[in-house]
Design a protein around this ligand. Structure first.
Ligand code: SF4
Length: 329
């Protein structure tokens, strides 16, 4: 590990100034991802700016939205009574990730910004366009069982690892970002960018930008929301495929829905095609399956991950069944 300096500001503007004072400084939240990368040599900043003491760990609500401070721990969010009652999908998604120990220190902003688990990204001896732009992608011809089938580019096929961000995408969350001139609000769907030719660029943040909060709109039918995650073992494991869904039912008919996928795409993946296919349909397993087929029609399999196409469809159907309370095999 390389030497680095450490600073602990007490106000967001101080943190932003400290970050901008050195060209390779990084923000440090809970550290559950960044410390790994320091040890592995994936990053070697000259300064860490600790953002855990900025007073950004509160969760508040009014009739319009629940606002989650960027520093609120994953556990605090998952067990917050209003989140459990109004947006169960968010609580379920968080509790499906990591371990209790990690959730107790990992933060909301850190969860949104966590890096891919692509093995080649974490191995500094492998070519990786995301870690070293222009160096190539070891995964495309390598072992790519866990990689993406949606949103891939010729430069990178890595999945976004977050469960929380998938639920927040289904819920239409808005990210509050502060820079030296003020605060701007970014819908989460505009926050993550397609990889294109530069997979090192994962979101629209510019240097110095500090996430200060995430706002989840209060929408009555989000109470009918669920998270289903398929993985290699039942805990402490990343998704092979996951679905966060919310459904608005009018009797037995689907008036509206929100669906996002995890573990299968290069960013938290809003399933617009599936949502469109469900509008006005009777809530049946056949309708859910047709919606899943519509969404996965654009999927691109690599040599080892073709199973994810069928797995994703089944995860979507199961999540919709649970959210709409539709029984069946
Ligand atoms: Fe790097 Fe992306 Fe290729 Fe993985 S899939 S080796 S992260 S460029």
């Amino acid at each position: 590990m390389n030497d680095f300096s450490y600073t602990r500001p007490s106000h967001p503007t101080e943190a932003i100034s400290a970050l901008l004072s050195q060209s390779d400084a990084l923000y440090l939240g809970g550290g559950t991802n960044l410390i790994d990368h320091l040890k592995l040599g994936v990053v070697s900043p000259s300064q860490l700016v600790d953002v855990r003491y900025l007073g950004l760990d509160k969760i508040s609500s009014d009739s319009r939205a629940v606002t989650i401070g960027a520093g609120a721990t994953n556990s605090a969010v998952a067990y917050h009574h209003e989140i459990q009652n109004h947006f169960p999908v968010l609580s379920e998604a968080i509790l499906a990730g990591a371990s209790p120990q990690l959730r107790n220190v990992a933060t909301t902003a850190g969860n949104l910004l966590q890096k891919t688990r692509c093995t080649y990204f974490r191995d500094i001896h492998s070519a990786c366009n995301k870690r070293v732009p222009g160096s190539g992608c070891s995964a495309i011809a390598g072992f790519n069982r866990s990689h993406a089938i949606l949103g891939v580019s010729s430069a990178c096929i890595a999945t976004h690892p977050s469960d929380m961000a998938v639920a927040l995408t289904a819920l239409g969350a808005v990210i509050h970002v502060q820079d030296s001139s003020g605060v701007r609000k970014i819908p989460i769907e505009s926050f993550y960018v397609p990889y294109g030719e530069d997979p090192a660029k994962e979101n629209i943040l510019k240097r110095g930008d500090l996430i200060i909060a995430v706002e989840v709109p209060q929408t009555p039918w989000f109470v009918h929301s669920r998270y289903v995650k398929a993985r290699d073992r039942s805990s402490y494991e990343f998704a092979l495929a996951s679905a966060a869904v919310a459904v608005d039912l009018d009797g037995g008919k689907i008036r509206n829905s929100r669906i996002a996928l995890g573990g299968v795409a290069t960013k938290p993946w809003r399933a617009h095609a599936a949502e469109a296919a469900l509008v006005g349909q009777t809530a049946t397993i056949a309708a859910f399956r047709a919606a899943a087929e519509a969404e996965l029609a654009s999927a691109t399999a690599q040599k080892d991950n073709g199973y994810k196409i069928e797995l994703s469809k089944r995860v979507i159907v199961k999540a919709l069944q649970e959210a709409a309370d539709v029984r069946g095999a």
